[in-house]
Design a protein around this ligand. Structure first.
Ligand code: 5AD
Ligand code: SF4
Length: 473
């Protein structure tokens, strides 16, 4: 029986983790992996348990009395944990490995000093478990992640202008997708209360705002108590659907959007609101990331491809003209040609109006970075090109389908060319039109006449070309 201690190098002032390893080479490897996974959360591996903040017993079940040995080690640690707590510090004890797998909950029943028990299948969730445990206590983890990350800020790309603005209603994420740093950098899901949101939107509307985009990393996880004295919608807790219906009543607000949604939080109330509330725009950014269930599982997405397709069917039933947008990652670890093909198949089935797609990039400290079967860079590049060709074709098809239609466009500002204004269609397409300046800030019906690479061109219907009779709100 071997016993190893894992040592690692991390910055000073870090938290300390002591990992005691029993058993085979596999366990030794796993301990190193656990130390590596914890490093970005600020944990430095040490070789004595004395002043450790976290002790992990990585156990082995192969020898007789293995469990008894773990329990006697836990007995020693119990006294130590007590002594540490008496000094006002904290020490967490975790049991990992095969004994944990075999004994499960019995361990915490027999040894209540144990905080976490997890088997080898759950190692990739270690950062999640530690981050959750720390958050439950209101602690802030000093992580090695860069907080300003392009993925964090992606949704905030568009600047507010006079007629359209972003309002943050939710922050943080509890989903812990295995590729993503957001749950570590932005913390747990928090919803802003209805009154604060309502006052901000009212104030913006008073300044002339026509369109609001509700923002959140997981915007449709938003929930809150209804405003005092205003629970006429009959719900103890409001979800995003109720919030949108409520904001739709604010004078001046003509359009409501929200981003970014997660398939798991797309509830019936929100789908019904999309179908019934005309001010909710028929555009939904609903990332799926990949099509193959094996990849979705490794990503910890909590849904299958089938769930997503059925969800889209329900949304389209409620709002037949909705335009869908998504995020995709190609080349996640374990994605072979077959799995990538499943992503293409899903895209073919859903038909997107627009999309963002990325090559998987290894974010140190996220579970995905440590996964086996990383995909070669050139394979990712080639797959991304194929996926983007398909998405580009779908975008162009969708845009082309608007030609000949009359769309309500919120004219936001002057365009680059003389006499030109630029606005947004209900589907978030950019629309260029020759129109008089006084129409800026109005929602105007335009006849769509053509498409460009990233926009539509439109013209004022003949009866309103003079700008007097525009069918506006
Ligand atoms: N590699 C590639 N794409 C990523 N995203 C987030 N993390 C990664 C990563 N490690 C993408 C996801 C997400 C979008 C905002 O950024 O598609 O939905
Ligand atoms: Fe990141 Fe979005 Fe997954 Fe949250 S739901 S972990 S923000 S990709």
């Amino acid at each position: 029986m071997t016993e190893t201690k894992t040592i690692d190098e991390t910055p000073q002032g870090a938290r300390k983790v002591y990992i005691k390893t029993w058993g085979c080479q596999m366990n030794v490897y796993d301990s190193e992996r656990m130390a590596g996974l914890l490093q970005p959360l600020g944990y430095k591996a040490v070789d004595v348990p004395d002043d450790a903040d976290l002790v992990i017993l990585n156990t082995c079940h192969i020898r007789e009395k293995a469990a008894e040995k773990v329990y006697s080690e836990l007995g020693r640690l119990k006294a130590h944990k007590q002594a540490v707590e008496d000094q006002g510090r904290e020490m967490k004890i975790a049991v990992a490995g095969c004994v944990a797998q075999a004994e499960g909950g019995e361990i915490t029943a027999r040894a209540p000093q144990v905080d976490l028990v997890f088997g080898p299948q759950a190692y990739h969730k270690l950062p999640e478990m530690i981050a959750r445990a720390a958050r439950d206590k209101g602690e802030v983890l000093e992580t090695g992640f860069e907080v300003e990350d392009k993925f964090d800020t992606l949704a905030v790309g568009r600047k507010a202008d006079g007629y359209s603005a972003f309002v943050t209603i939710q922050e943080g994420c509890d989903k812990f997708c295995t590729f993503c740093v957001v749950p570590y950098t932005r913390g747990a899901e928090v919803s802003r209360n209805v009154d604060a949101i309502t006052s901000e939107v009212r104030a913006l509307a008073a300044q002339g705002l026509r369109e609001v985009t509700l923002l959140g990393q997981n915007v449709n996880a938003w929930h809150s108590a209804p405003p005092v004295g205003d629970d006429h919608m009959g719900k103890g807790t409001w979800g995003l659907g109720e919030l949108c219906r409520h904001l739709a009543k604010i004078d001046g607000i003509e359009r409501i959007r929200f981003t970014t949604s997660h398939p798991r939080d797309m509830d019936d109330g929100l789908i019904a609101a999309l179908g019934e509330e005309e001010k909710l725009m028929p555009y939904l950014h609903l990332p799926v990331q990949a099509g193959a269930d094996k990849v979705l599982k490794a990503m910890n997405r909590g849904h299958t491809g089938e769930h997503y397709i059925r969800l889209i069917e329900r949304i389209r039933k409620a709002r037949p003209d909705i335009a869908l947008s998504g995020d995709f990652i190609v080349g996640f670890p374990g994605e072979g040609e077959k799995e990538f093909q499943a992503t293409l198949d899903l895209v073919e089935e859903v038909k997107y109006g627009s999309a963002f797609s990325f090559k998987y990039s290894r974010r140190p400290g996220t579970p995905g970075a440590g996964m086996a079967k990383q995909v070669a860079e050139d394979v990712k590049t080639e797959r991304l090109a194929r996926l983007q060709r398909l998405l580009e074709d779908q975008k162009n098809d969708f845009n082309r389908a608007q030609i000949g239609r009359r769309l309500a466009v919120l004219l936001e500002k002057k365009g680059r060319n003389e006499g030109q204004l630029v606005g947004r269609s209900p589907y978030l397409q950019s629309v260029h039109v020759l129109a008089p300046d006084h129409l800026v800030g109005r929602i105007v019906e335009l006849d769509i006449t053509g498409i460009k690479a990233n926009s539509l061109t439109g013209s004022l219907p003949v009866h309103s070309a003079q700008g007097a009779e525009e069918k506006v709100s």
